[in-house]
Design a protein around this ligand. Structure first.
Ligand code: BGC
Length: 404
């Protein structure tokens, strides 16, 4: 039966992929992968779960794994990836990595993120930079503002924007977004060495450092720049405020760049990026990775094929140009990247740069510690009567509990 064999073939050549890329920019990036895989005879069966930062997707994924019905491929990143690989849930990709010469073509930090226990455990897709300050170029030109390189620049720009009736900073109290902003402030106030220590969480007392207190005070200041009660808009809505010129600035991972591009904006023309003040030459990274999950359905060959395709130079470029992240490979022509991505890629490539992992995006802390920290920060920003000292005590206690 011709039809049956076609159907069997189609099924045999498809993989279920669970992820949380559901915004306009994220979908555009996923489409690049879908098309490239399709050209090579592999069908991507989409199992997307909406929700910024993967808050819902990770819960659904856990449920499916516990029920013995994991998707073939999933966006499993950072600590979740290494924890799951310890549990034997993830297919090692050493052969693919060796054939593709990942050791010599990928950024060392990327290799480190996908390696665990001496094995390669995921296919890396792109590197996001979290310490990114976006600003609206039309407003900057109209108000004759200078690029915001320091906190003083930010304060001056904020005053001018306010006078012009524009909200200085787009903001959301959604816990993961507050945690995303806060970690950039930890890096700005603490520098890379203290930040690395905070992220490693081996010495909870490091969280009692005076620089953490300064970061909390800075967080409160930034939130005030956003006006009263900003609520908890989704990250796509705060990005839209920037896009429309309703807000002048936004601190967000550079997936916001992917979103702006999907709406027709262009880096350098309609919006610009600067490293968050005091974090130039530092890269606070979150590496997106696809893990191949083990199940009774033996899909190894197809899973390896997918891992191989998504890490090819042309696919890397197409995907990352849409996503706002940068390729995981060093053998890319940086001239192909826009202003925002080029600075990120060059910072990654420069030997003098300091690279530190995102706590809010699972590169350092486990899921429950990351969530507890985000909740504490959310409580701090939404309750003006809570002192920074009290908030710091909470952070220390959470990290101490996790280190036990
Ligand atoms: C992911 C990005 C995603 C962003 C917003 C981050 O945790 O790494 O790929 O675009 O969340 O949902």
């Amino acid at each position: 039966m011709l039809v049956a064999s076609f159907t069997t073939l189609a099924h045999a050549q498809s993989l279920d992929v669970l992820h949380w890329w559901t915004s306009a920019g994220e979908k555009r990036a996923v489409d690049q992968l879908v098309q490239q895989l399709d050209r090579r005879g592999l069908v991507w069966n989409d199992a997307a779960i909406p929700g910024g930062g993967g808050m819902a997707a990770v819960k659904v994924l856990k449920g499916r794994v516990l029920a013995g019905d994991p998707p073939d491929v999933a966006q499993v990143i950072g600590r979740t990836l290494t924890d799951w690989s310890d549990l034997g849930l993830v297919l090692p990709l050493d052969d693919v990595a060796q054939r593709g010469r990942w050791k010599s073509t990928m950024f060392p930090v990327v290799l480190q993120v996908v390696s665990h226990g001496g094995r390669v455990v995921a296919a890396p897709l792109g590197v996001h930079r979290i310490n990114t300050l976006f600003y609206n170029q039309a407003l900057w030109t109209r108000l004759k503002l200078q690029a915001p390189r320091s906190w003083d620049d930010v304060a001056q720009a904020a005053a001018a924007l306010r006078r012009a009736g524009v909200t200085p900073l787009a903001w959301s109290d959604e816990p993961w977004q507050v945690a995303t902003v806060f970690e950039t402030l930890l890096l700005a106030e603490g520098g890379a060495s203290l930040y690395a220590e905070l992220a490693a969480a081996q010495r909870p007392q490091a969280w009692a450092d005076a620089r953490v207190l300064r970061a909390l005070a800075r967080l409160r200041w930034l939130r005030q720049l956003a006006g009263d009660a900003p609520g908890e808009p989704r990250w796509t809505d705060t990005t839209r405020q920037l896009y429309r010129g309703e807000a002048g600035m936004l601190i967000m991972g550079d997936w916001a760049s992917g979103e702006l591009m999907a709406w027709g904006a262009q880096a350098g023309r309609d919006y610009a990026c600067a490293p968050v003040p005091d974090t130039a030459d530092m890269h606070l990274y979150s590496v997106d990775t696809l893990a191949m999950l083990q199940s009774r359905r033996k899909r190894d060959a197809l899973q390896e094929k997918l891992a191989d395709i998504v890490t090819q130079p042309a696919v890397q470029l197409a995907y990352n140009q849409a996503k706002g992240s940068v390729p995981v490979r060093t053998d890319i022509d940086a001239a192909q990247l826009d202003d925002c991505a080029r600075d990120s890629w060059q910072t990654l490539a420069h030997p003098g740069s300091r690279l530190v992992p995102s706590i809010a995006h699972r590169m350092a802390a486990d899921e429950s510690t990351k969530d507890a920290l985000a909740d504490a920060l959310h409580r701090f920003v939404t309750n003006a009567s809570q002192s920074p000292e009290r908030a710091q005590e909470r952070l220390v206690a959470i990290v101490r509990g996790a280190a036990r």
